[in-house]
Every structure is written in structure tokens, then in C-alpha cells.
Design a protein around this ligand. Structure first.
Ligand code: NAP
Length: 312
């Protein structure tokens, strides 16, 4: 068998990737966790995580991720930064092209998560950073005592709207239907918050701006066709996510939305490549489910490496 650099390379440093790294290094696999930008993934832009067991009252996303990282270091996990451009399957080993350089490994755990989807309205890109944002935790404090809008009706939109009431004078929650997708507890909090005005059945048709940035949005009521202009200085887009799987090409099977087809055992269509967390097909995308996947993938990886060793 060809000599390789690692038993397992984990791509992505969110909760799923870090858990895979922790289990793999504890199982004494030669493991590397590669992260493109910031260790911690989406949790680094999450204010309060209320549903991670063991923390009644909740814990801040970045604080939780610091603890995950410390725990990985305790087991000696090697970590590095780099963008994986391509993975080539050579059967008993995989070649990763990372920032133009080759790395070899027996197995790969893909834990690349998702990125925020754009709204697709004119000037959205030009106004990003000048009123348009995709992260309330990052940018919320810039909008003190001014009206803003959050677009979307899922858990992210509602959590962001609630968080933003700390700063903004008013938060319009613009949703394309008349019922929020978010969980009941969050829907109830929206209903009880006087600073939030839901705008139902509506989408953003146009953004208005001047030299200082965003000044308003023209909303279109999908049921009545009525147009309404709201004066806002901030617009937080939370209309869902797209999986970060493009770099895989056709190496593994993806579903129609780009999620890696993988079940509870984290096996993908390519032997030796496992998928964990938000980037795989699953019914629930949470820290807790990503963590479970990470543990399973590390054990699957260990078994795969053992089987190769016995064969060869
Ligand atoms: P999501 O659940 O897919 O919700 C996206 C929302 O945006 C939906 O309400 C959708 O409307 C709306 N939308 C989609 N495209 C749109 C468009 N072009 N124009 C206007 N509105 C549009 O996404 P998410 O809220 O980012 O959540 C992603 C995953 O993370 C979910 O599984 C969620 O449960 C999970 N999450 C969990 C927590 C938590 O447990 N605390 C927090 C955040 C996220 P429709 O409803 O009409 O489809």
C-alpha cells in the first residue's frame, strides 16, 4: 500500500468536524483537521445556543466552540488552515488538493457545513456591508435605535429578529407566507415581542439607498399584489442555506439541493469518504446531530483504515 500523510483528514472545523477530530485522535489515528476560515463554523456567529445539553440557560456559540477546540487539543488533534479544492479517490488512499498542494490520506471526513443563501434582489451585493447583512451577531450592534428588517421565516430568521430587538428601534420580520417555519417556542417569542412587526406573505422587490447605504425596501404582498415601502437602515437576510459541497464534483452522490447523500452511518457513495453534520442529507441540523455524526464518522474511518491494513 502507498505511504500516506494521514489516516484521516477532516475537512471543516465546526462542531461535527471537531468531534470527528476528537474521536479520531483519541482512537490514535493520524488525523488532521483542515479549516478554511475560522475554527468553530457557524457557531462562531451564533449568540446563544439554548439546546446544547449540559448548559441550562444556554451558552454563547463562540464560547462553546472554544471548549470544543480545547478538548481536541487535549487529545493531540493536529489542525491546519487551508481550502480543499479537490479530492481524488485512488481506492486505498485519497489525494486532497489543498491550496494547490497535494496531501494524501486513507479516509476523508467531510464536515463543510452550509453557507447563507442570498436573497437575489438587485443591489444586494453592492449594499452588503452598507446595510445588508447575513449575520446578526456580527453586525447587529451597528444598528442601534434605527428600524431594520429580517427576511425569512425559519429558526435563523426568528432568532436573529429576537436578538436584533436589543439594538434596533423596530424589527420588521418579512416572510413570504403567513406562518413561520420556525419552532413553536420561537414563534411564541416573536408574538410576545412588541418591537417585532411581522410582515406576512411578502417578499423584497427592491432596495432603496443613498450615499450612506440602505434606506428602505419595497415589499410586494404576494397575495394582494400591494406594494409597501418600509424605511430601514439594516436588512438581515436569513432565507436558508446552501451546502458547501461544490468542491466534491461528482466524487460522491449529492441530492438535488447539493447535500451529500449519507445516512446515519455517515457513509457516502465513495468508500472511505464520510459526511457529517449540516452538509449531509438529514432530518435535523443541530450541534447535537453534527456531534453524533462526527463520533460515528471517526469510528467508521478507524474501521476502514483497519480493513485496508488487513487487506494489505
Ligand atoms: P430554513 O429553515 O430553510 O428557513 C429558510 C426560511 O427562508 C424559510 O422560512 C423560507 O420560507 C424562507 N425563504 C427561502 N427562500 C426565500 C426567498 N427566496 N425569499 C424569501 N424567503 C425565503 O433555514 P434556516 O432558518 O437558516 O435554518 C437552517 C437549518 O438550521 C434548519 O434546519 C433549522 O432548524 C436549523 N437551525 C436551528 C436553530 C435552533 O435549533 N436553535 C437555529 C437556527 C437554525 P418558507 O418557510 O416559505 O419555505
Amino acid at each position: 500500500m502507498k505511504q500516506v500523510d494521514y489516516d484521516v483528514i477532516i475537512v471543516g472545523g465546526g462542531p461535527g468536524g471537531m468531534t470527528a477530530g476528537l474521536y479520531a485522535s483519541r482512537a490514535q489515528l493520524k488525523a488532521l483537521l483542515l479549516e478554511k476560515m475560522i475554527m468553530g463554523g457557524q457557531m462562531m456567529t451564533t449568540t446563544l445556543v439554548e439546546n446544547w445539553p449540559g448548559y441550562p440557560g444556554g451558552i454563547n456559540g463562540p464560547e462553546l466552540m472554544m471548549k470544543f477546540q480545547e478538548h481536541c487539543v487535549e487529545f493531540g488533534l493536529e489542525t491546519g488552515y487551508g481550502s480543499v479544492e479537490k479530492i481524488i479517490d485512488n481506492g486505498d488512499h485519497k489525494v486532497l488538493i489543498v491550496d494547490g498542494k497535494e496531501m494524501t490520506t486513507r479516509t476523508v471526513i467531510v464536515a463543510t457545513g452550509v453557507v447563507a443563501r442570498k436573497l437575489g434582489v438587485a443591489d444586494e451585493e453592492a449594499l452588503t456591508g452598507r446595510g445588508v447583512s447575513y449575520c446578526a451577531t456580527c453586525d447587529g450592534a451597528f444598528f442601534r435605535n434605527v428600524p431594520i428588517a429580517v427576511i425569512g421565516g425559519g429558526d435563523t430568521a426568528v432568532e436573529e429578529a429576537l436578538f436584533l430587538t436589543r439594538f434596533a428601534s423596530k424589527v420588521y420580520l418579512v416572510h413570504r407566507r403567513d406562518e413561520l417555519r420556525a419552532t413553536k417556542i420561537l414563534r411564541e417569542r416573536v408574538a410576545a415581542n412588541e418591537k417585532i412587526e411581522p410582515v406576512w406573505d411578502s417578499t423584497v422587490e427592491k432596495l432603496e439607498s443613498d450615499n450612506s447605504g440602505l434606506t428602505g425596501a419595497v415589499l410586494n404582498n404576494l397575495k394582494t399584489g400591494e406594494k409597501r415601502t418600509i424605511e430601514i437602515q439594516g436588512m438581515f437576510v436569513a432565507v436558508g442555506v446552501t451546502p458547501t459541497t461544490g468542491f466534491l464534483g461528482d466524487l460522491v452522490e449529492l441530492d438535488a439541493s447539493g447535500y451529500i447523500k449519507a445516512g446515519e452511518d455517515t457513509n457516502t457513495s465513495c468508500p472511505g469518504i464520510f459526511a457529517v453534520g449540516d452538509c449531509r442529507t438529514t432530518i435535523l441540523r443541530q450541534v447535537s446531530t453534527a456531534v453524533g455524526d462526527g463520533a460515528v464518522a471517526a469510528i467508521m474511518s478507524e474501521r476502514f483504515v483497519d480493513e485496508l491494513a488487513h487487506q494489505g
